[in-house]
Design a protein around this ligand. Structure first.
Ligand code: ADP
Ligand code: MG
Length: 287
């Protein structure tokens, strides 16, 4: 049976937009020792702005138009951002055979041309030869009918609320905050440095994130718990593997909300600290 005080804790949290799916998770939150974050949509806004277009053998506008069409079916924040940055209407009749390649990018047929759009790992996977200047931001490389056609640089911002999330967690004595991201090394490390995270791991595929979380679970003390917070896009497996999986409910997919133990409705990462504070307080009252 659930101690009566737990209902108060869960109710109080829900009034702040934090849905805790059971008394066991409230208890588990109180023993938080390591807090692991996904980057995109969790610590950053997930709304990328286009900062550079570097076409190869094609015009800027054609590269952008074909990429926006190829990306338009995916609900990944990068795809949504590119689609929104494309000011004209997407013509769905030009698009066929859309395929999501988690951790890499997308594949689609647009105007009968096969398009791949994604990171350098995707280019390596399909054997495309690409070149890239030193840029600050997330790079989306594009091939059209097997020909390397350039790249688009996009850039995301850290959420205003992220800094206080980390400060508050540290104030509770959480001395291991970790960032796991599929994004490039320079992008991930810059976020980690700005926010003062203890560890940063970059260029991870969804399966690498699970392996990393398992390793962090093995390293922590037996009484402590590992909390993972993500937007659920490509990270549903990690959400279920963590002792407590927290999903951002606003941006997150239905699958993430399903896989999560705790859902933060307004996507503010500082609510993670609030949830832990409520759990600690509730357990003090209950015990
Ligand atoms: P994260 O949430 O940690 O940034 P993801 O696994 O969602 O990681 O994506 C990792 C990387 O894979 C992205 O940074 C991007 O380079 C590439 N990628 C994933 N999905 C897409 C997409 N739809 N379009 C372009 N690139 C993508
Ligand atoms: Mg993600």
């Amino acid at each position: 049976s659930i101690p009566l005080g737990f209902f108060g804790g869960i109710g109080g949290a829900s009034r702040l937009g934090i849905l805790i799916k059971g008394g066991n998770y409230l208890e588990a939150l109180a023993a938080a020792e390591v807090v692991v974050f996904d980057k995109t949509g969790t610590l950053t806004k997930g709304t990328f702005k286009v900062t550079e277009i570097h076409p190869v053998g094609i015009s800027d506008s054609d590269l952008f138009e074909l990429t926006a069409h190829a990306e338009s079916y995916s609900n990944h924040p990068i795809s949504q951002s590119l689609k929104n940055a494309f000011k004209s209407e997407i013509d769905n009749s030009r698009i066929k055979g859309v395929e999501e390649i988690p951790g890499y990018g997308v594949k689609a047929v647009v105007d009968e041309k096969t398009i791949y759009a994604g990171n350098s790992k995707l280019m390596d996977k399909i054997g495309a030869v690409y070149s890239q200047n030193k840029t600050v931001g997330t790079v989306v490389h594009v091939t059209i009918s097997g020909i390397y056609s350039g790249y688009i640089v996009i850039s995301d911002e850290i959420k205003e609320d992220s800094a206080s999330a980390i400060t508050r967690l540290k104030a509770f004595g959480i001395n291991k905050t970790v960032l796991l991201t599929g994004d490039a090394k320079d992008v991930g490390e810059s976020v980690g440095e700005t926010l003062g995270l203890d560890e940063v791991y970059t260029e991870l595929l969804p399966a690498d994130k699970v392996n990393k979380v398992e390793k962090l679970i093995a390293e922590k003390s037996p009484k402590g718990n590992l909390i993972f917070a993500g937007d659920g896009i490509n990270d549903a497996p990690v959400l279920s593997r963590a002792d407590v999986g927290i999903a951002m409910g606003g941006l997150g997919s239905d699958a993430a909300i399903e896989a999560a133990d705790v859902v933060i409705m307004n996507d503010e990462p500082s609510k993670i600290a609030t949830a832990i504070a409520i759990s600690k307080k509730t357990l003090r009252i209950v015990n």
